[in-house]
Design a protein around this ligand. Structure first.
Ligand code: MG
Length: 223
């Protein structure tokens, strides 16, 4: 069983569903030659994919092109279905930073054949996540910044105000079909700048507030 922690509350959450948004930044959709969707597009990762700060990413041998995707993460703290947009953020326990690691060659092959992305996105160690910052201690999740350094070089940097679908809308939309439960995690989609990671790389992802103060970081390396 995988769990995550909410900072300052000594509270562990067993991880339930991991819901990941696709194409939630227009620039990334363009670089992938995907269309910007009319409603949120999402897929799942299994909780077994989670690793934590200080962990090691293991690259599967079937892929020659595992990509980093830095994303703000959302921890659900309160159960709900058919959640109205105006009440959606009340269901959030905290915010963090994560990496939606993707076997891009396997994903593109699956996409071409109309097959699911489960293998490309759900392999062991494909979901590094930080601890979570309690929602009530931070500002509007639509004003944060995400960034990723690899071996000290800035590789991805963007703001959550560029989301195609903001967090409240995502929660409201998905909850019309799927009940959220405490311990569920949402990966909110990656900005542009995705590229390949290789053995020995050191990845440092951060979530920053509107004033660019660091809220939380995640440091992992590639085996
Ligand atoms: Mg992603």
């Amino acid at each position: 069983m995988k769990s995550v922690i909410l900072r300052g509350e000594d509270k562990f959450y067993s991880v339930g569903k991991i819901i990941c948004l696709g194409q939630n930044y227009a620039e990334h959709a363009r670089e992938m030659k995907f269309e910007v969707p009319a409603s949120p597009v999402f897929f799942f990762k299994p909780p077994s994919a989670i690793i934590h700060n200080g962990g090691q990413i293991v690259l599967p041998e079937i892929s020659n092109d595992v990509h980093h995707e830095v994303e703000m993460t959302v921890l659900i703290g309160e159960k709900g279905s058919h959640i109205h947009r105006s009440a959606a953020l009340k269901h959030v326990a905290g915010y963090g930073i994560g990496l939606d690691l993707t076997m891009r060659d396997i994903q593109l092959e699956a996409k071409k054949k109309g097959l699911p992305w489960s293998l490309a996105k759900g392999f062991d160690t494909s979901a590094p996540v930080s601890e979570f910052i309690p929602a009530e201690t931070v500002g509007d999740p639509g004003s944060f910044h995400v960034q990723l350094l690899i071996n000290g070089n800035l590789r991805q940097s963007s703001s959550t105000d560029k989301f195609v679908f903001p967090v409240d809308k995502v929660i409201s939309y998905i909850s019309q079909f799927i009940t959220f439960e405490p311990g569920d995690i949402i990966f909110t989609g990656t900005p542009e700048g995705v590229s390949k990671i290789t053995h020995g790389d050191k990845l440092e992802a951060s979530l920053l507030d509107a004033n660019k103060n660091n809220l939380v970081s995640l440091s992992v390396s590639v085996e």
